[in-house]
Design a protein around this ligand. Structure first.
Ligand SMILES: C[S@@+](CC[C@H](N)C(=O)[O-])C[C@H]1O[C@@H](n2cnc3c(N)ncnc32)[C@H](O)[C@@H]1O
Length: 260
């Protein structure tokens, strides 16, 4: 039984999947993940909603398979602001922390170096996760739980995470339905009183990224998406310089999930 689940499998992915299963076998959320995440491409063709998600998975896999991670517009040598905001929550080093849409981010490297010991990285792209695992090497990557899943579909375990972090995933959710599914996932998986750190392009940010249209947010606008179950406790802005020298405006919002 493995925690590493895919929505589709082809020969190339199997080559990635087999070693990842080995690495991940000691961490297991498989019972919490719906069977549609293991659906074949053939099955996906009959369902237009799933087909959209398949395209998304294929899009992101293609990005990570064809470009060096250091050349991607969102690349950060160190995710310093995210790391600082996570440290500022004051959670214990043993606290469960998830980086949603973590891709090949170096955040996990730095959190491991800080001593955080209960880290999960979730991304729709198994290629992105494979790149992060390769960078970390087998010793360090085995300390992390890796989940290949679409955040708008996955059923994460209930009341589990003390910190939820997302830099630059949420703004790709184009439909209200996708955003609601995302917020439902946060409500389900974050402990009452837990910390939710979400960074998106702010109102002055780009309108597209990775060839996809994005939705830009003010802190208040992002809070409105999350709703009254969350308190907005802090927000800050960042001007991110891309590897090719352009500047992108981000807003980082720190929420607390209110105890219901
Ligand atoms: C712009 S990248 C940011 C990656 C990383 N957070 C960082 O800061 O370097 C967006 C990431 O979100 C992932 N992603 C996009 N849609 C997703 C979804 N519905 N579920 C899970 N991951 C998704 C992509 O594969 C990609 O790795």
């Amino acid at each position: 039984m493995s925690c590493f689940c895919t929505q589709s499998l082809n020969t190339k992915k199997l080559l990635i999947l087999i070693p990842l299963i080995f690495f991940c076998s000691s961490f297991c959320f498989a019972d919490d993940i719906p069977t549609n995440l293991q659906m074949t491409r053939e099955g996906a063709r009959v369902n237009p909603v799933i087909e959209t998600h398949m395209q998304s998975e294929e899009h992101w896999d293609r990005v990570y398979e064809t470009k060096a991670t250091e050349s991607l517009s969102w690349f950060q040598e160190h995710a310093s602001r995210s790391r600082h905001l996570i440290q500022s929550t004051g959670v214990a080093l043993s606290a469960p922390i998830i980086d949603v849409g973590g891709g090949a981010s170096t955040l996990v490297d730095d959190l491991l170096a800080d001593g955080y010991s209960h880290l999960t990285v979730l991304d729709i792209s198994s290629a992105a996760l494979a790149a992060a695992m390769k960078r970390l090497g087998s010793g360090r990557s085995a300390k992390v739980q890796w989940l290949a899943a679409n955040i708008t579909e996955v059923k994460l375990p209930v009341d589990t995470f003390e910190v939820w972090h997302d830099r630059a995933l949420f703004h790709f959710l184009a439909s209200a339905q996708e955003r609601q599914s995302y917020v439902q996932a946060v409500l389900r998986a974050v402990k009452p009183g837990g910390h939710v750190i979400v960074a998106t392009f702010d109102e002055g940010g780009p309108v597209q990224c990775s060839g996809l249209t994005v939705v830009r947010y003010s802190a208040q606008g992002l809070h409105a998406e999350f709703g009254e179950s969350f308190a907005l406790v802090h927000h800050e802005h960042e001007a991110h310089t891309t590897p090719f020298g352009t500047v992108q405006q981000f807003v980082y919002c720190c929420f607390r999930k209110l105890v219901s």
